[in-house]
Write a protein that binds this ligand. Sequence first.
Ligand SMILES: C[S@@+](CC[C@H](N)C(=O)[O-])C[C@H]1O[C@@H](n2cnc3c(N)ncnc32)[C@H](O)[C@@H]1O
Length: 352
Amino acid sequence: VIFLSRPEIETWRQAGEEALANRVGPGRPTYTGRANLEPMFDYFIGTLLAAHGATAQGKEWLLAGAQHEAGMFSNTFVSAFLERTAGRFIMPAKAFEDPRPFVHFASVPLMVRARELFLEHASHSLPAFRRPFRILDIGTGNGALLANLLQRLRAHGKVNDMAEVLLVDASPAMTDLAAKTVAEALPGAPVRPLTARIEEAAGRLEGRYDVALMSLAYHHLPWEQKKAHLERLKAHVDHVLVFELDANNDTPELHSPELACSVYQSYGRIIDFVFAHDAPVAVAQACVDFFLMTEQISLLTQPRGRRTEYHMLRGQWHELFRGTLGTDFACAAESTCFADESLDLFFMHYGR
Ligand SMILES: C[S@@+](CC[C@H](N)C(=O)[O-])C[C@H]1O[C@@H](n2cnc3c(N)ncnc32)[C@H](O)[C@@H]1O
């Protein structure tokens, strides 16, 4: 993953201010940094202009960036999105209200392979549970990952009887679907769906859960809320399992070069994988527009606190867990589930 240096951040920031003040087209202000980062710079200026209502000029920058993009196509994806939406750079949906875009995303080979490694690593790392097992899935989505994890833990002889499978999600359509998925995969499992925001869930827990699963869900909270929620959650869990995207999307402020640099790489690569997957174009496009592009636009148009995405770098996750869970917990495992030059999906386990 590429990071910008301090001088680069400063130069980009000034260029952004100049482009906003003068609403100029591509090439002005002139780019002077690392040559291979020029498409990323065009994306920064293009999305900055689009976020400020200058979508026509923004699109010119994106199209210019698209012409010299190689291996990474964020300028192409955002300019094509603007084409589809008649230049409206606004979130086209409320992500996860309809589960289907996410369900399709989870079927893309990149995710299938990465999650297979997660399941293997998590089931090696967890101890065997001799008492009836209680698990809590925070931001469960369609529940498929949890169902697969439970099946895997059973296959490895780590879990036998189950006392509770608690499914928490803010989207009622997701909790319904998750309850159905888990009940079908594990007949007789004591499933308890809870439609609630993560922030409220800890206050509604009773007793101790053996495992809390957080897969691609905790990143919907900013650092301050992650910390506050974890403070309340820690008394109720023995093991925390994380599957996440390693990206610098939490602390950078709206319209900062650092945020654009991170979003350019992570969302660019993920969208590329979705379009590369063999599926009807309409299905792939709905997955991109109503899930990944919706999140991307939130990151590029909404301030911290309002936006919906706050992926963190692995080091920040360790800092969060060490600082909040304290010395009762330790990092029991960490591994890479997928990595290339610009995208990193990882597994992390903190346990008592
Ligand atoms: C990217 S999906 C991940 C689903 C699942 N954990 C998985 O990995 O397959 C994120 C889920 O978190 C839920 N979510 C987002 N923000 C939430 C919040 N503040 N409280 C509860 N659920 C939330 C969404 O509705 C969605 O189902």
